[in-house]
Design a protein around this ligand. Structure first.
Ligand SMILES: C[S@@+](CC[C@H](N)C(=O)[O-])C[C@H]1O[C@@H](n2cnc3c(N)ncnc32)[C@H](O)[C@@H]1O
Length: 302
């Protein structure tokens, strides 16, 4: 398995057991240390930042590590899409963004629905270990975790050893107290409604016959495809043999940007995802193509 995991095309779920997962690895200091200390285990990192992913890939190559993998994806969806239930031994979050303002708390990595998916993927006795310098974040996390009722939780004052991560060095130089929250899975969380995405094996092009293309009304338009599923079209580009429509699809907060291609074929048209756009193939991507095929054409004027 490659170091960089392209979650859009990789075969899912990933085949490993007892893996160690780090969420938000930043510069990758901790990830590299973890990999060296656990040479027989697979280490998987999830990050949103492309720069961080690049840095980790370079470091892993330079150090010749074979057991490090990473994906550029939000942690909730990384766990949801890529991992088997009960396959994770430990999850690490070091100094996750605390999102100070109350209205931003829903972005916190330790909100209840995230902890739910993490708990499902952990094996019995597996742990989530969170380091933070922010006491209100500790209180928030404990409240969210207690509501799930599937963890044995403890908080301890952290005495970190060299090598320190960038943030540890900063917090310690500012005299801050660092804490570690340890949550040990003691049972499976009861089933509940969670954000979901339905993947499909294949996306199908749609042929439009006997109609005239009229995509101008789609440019800038928004469509609701279902509960928490929104589709928006931005700019329309015209080429020699067709059109490209800039598209944004948000499914339960999972956002994809891609182009829909409307290609002339003789008297007819074919609507499809552009071959230059790599997407996670989902039911709603197919419905986006269908929306263009339905709303982007008018009857032939005689
Ligand atoms: C404050 S930095 C800490 C970096 C590193 N762990 C350290 O200790 O130096 C938080 C990191 O988490 C990443 N991050 C934030 N939200 C995330 C999410 N939902 N999924 C994956 N990574 C996330 C950010 O891109 C950022 O690199």
């Amino acid at each position: 398995m490659l170091c960089y995991i392209n979650y859009k095309s990789v075969e899912k779920p990933l085949p490993w057991d007892n893996i160690l997962v780090e969420i938000g690895f930043g510069r990758g200091d901790f990830t590299v240390r973890l990999a060296k200390e656990n040479p027989k285990k697979e280490i998987l990192g999830f990050e949103l930042s492309a720069v961080s992913v690049e840095k980790l890939l370079r470091r892993v190559k330079k150090e010749g590590l074979k057991n490090v993998h990473c994906a550029r994806i939000d942690a909730y969806w990384g766990f949801y899409l890529l991992l088997r239930d009960g396959s994770v031994e430990r999850i690490y979050m070091n100094y996750p963004d605390p999102w100070f303002k109350k209205r931003h708390h829903k972005r916190r990595l330790t909100k209840e629905e995230n902890l739910y998916i993490f708990a499902k993927k952990l094996k019995e006795g597996g742990e989530i270990r969170i380091r933070t310098d922010h006491r209100p974040f500790v209180e928030f996390t404990l409240e969210e975790a207690k509501r799930l009722g599937t963890f044995d939780i403890s908080v301890r004052k952290l005495h970190v050893e060299e090598p320190l991560t960038k943030y540890e060095r900063k917090w310690l130089s500012e005299g801050k107290e660092l804490n570690e929250i340890v949550m040990r899975k003691i049972g499976n969380p009861p089933p509940r409604d969670i954000p979901t995405i339905k993947e499909v094996k294949e996306l199908f092009p749609i042929k439009v016959e006997g109609k005239e293309v009229d995509l101008s009304s789609l440019e800038g338009s928004e469509h609701r495809l279902g509960e928490r599923v929104y589709l928006k079209f931005f700019k329309l580009y015209e080429g020699e043999d067709g059109y490209l429509l800039e598209t944004l699809l948000s499914e339960e907060g999972f956002v994809q940007k891609f182009f829909i291609l409307v290609k002339r074929k003789g008297q007819d048209y074919v609507v499809d995802v552009s071959p230059f756009s790599e997407v996670l193939r989902t039911e709603n991507v197919q419905r986006s193509v269908q929306t263009v095929a339905e709303k982007g054409f008018r009857p032939l004027s005689r």
